[in-house]
Design a protein around this ligand. Sequence first.
Ligand code: NPQ
Ligand code: MG
Length: 376
Amino acid sequence: MTIEGIEIRKVALPLKEPFRASVGVFSVRDVLLVRVVTSDAEGWGECVALPEPRYSAEYVDGAADVLRRFLVPALPRNVDAHGVAPALASFRGHPMAKAALETAVLDARLRASGDSLGRYLGAVRERVACGVSIGIMGSVRELLDAVAGYLAEGYARIKLKIEPGWDVEPVRAVREHFGDDLMLQVDANGAYTPADARHLAGLDAFGLVLIEQPLAPGDLLGHARLARRLATPICLDESVESAADAAAALSLGAAAIINVKPGRVGGYLEARRVHDLCQAHGVPVWCGDMLESGIGRAANLSLGALPGFTLPADTCAAERYFATDVIEPLDHADGHLTVPTGPGIGVVPIKEILDELTLSSEWLGVGDRKADRREL
Ligand code: NPQ
Ligand code: MG
């Protein structure tokens, strides 16, 4: 399999409603799609970086830049999926940009041999239970209406985004209104500090499945200390950018559960390593969501079907976020999405829709190592 070239495309997906978290609010999801063209097949990958560097240091235009200037030129023309990460390893950081490139190569490679990503990764389930993540809202009344709507659609659990000023009261209202059987969890995206420990312990009364990333991403020690003060299990998201980070978090006691996002850890191969490590430690994992288009969503389902993914995913139907997606809708019923079984990630964009939503596109040559030859 020889790579002939790579296209990076910036696509704008308008959101049905603005999505608000402690790290920002967006009403359009700009995503970067990577298309690898090889002698045998094409492959697609989605870069999950957000438009601004608030969730993590990466952002859409920065990811495009690092792909264009460094990552794509460093890729050998005859690279295999397992060779992508080693070829890019000398460039620090940028896991989301690297993940998109590796996924596109992996997709092309699997399409060429007719294998599905799920089979390749070791999926053991045909369907993935899905939860829904609900952004910070203007009022508790609106929140209760939103939760009722998603429960009526069959979602298996509810995650509330929280921040200082929007935490104990909305959680109490949802718990009181929908009862003790509701699987309920919260996500702070790092909005609290260790000084908020007593306040966060106020959430212990509500039987939450977990609290996700209460403190800053770099503060593993702070999470370990907080874990000793809370009854609610701590789940890490932003703090874990590799299997090595996950190992450090587990050995410090900073996490009892890990949210796995392939983009955040540099790709599906590293995501599987995080899964394997957690499984060996008896630590539950679940698949996170970055408001991906259907391209990223389909691939995430293959990962979420691995045996250690024992909690419902954040992967919901694309229609929860978008009026129009770039693929045919994925099958979903009773709060579950069906894992694609076709070759590669199992889906391809609908060309007309993709073209309509495309903001810009660039064609990049591979393996010419322009970046290395630049005079500094
Ligand atoms: C999380 N996602 O688990 C992320 C972060 C995230 C589904 O909760 C606009 C504003 C887009 C904030 C995409 C979910 C976003 C955003 C993803 C936050 O932390
Ligand atoms: Mg999160």
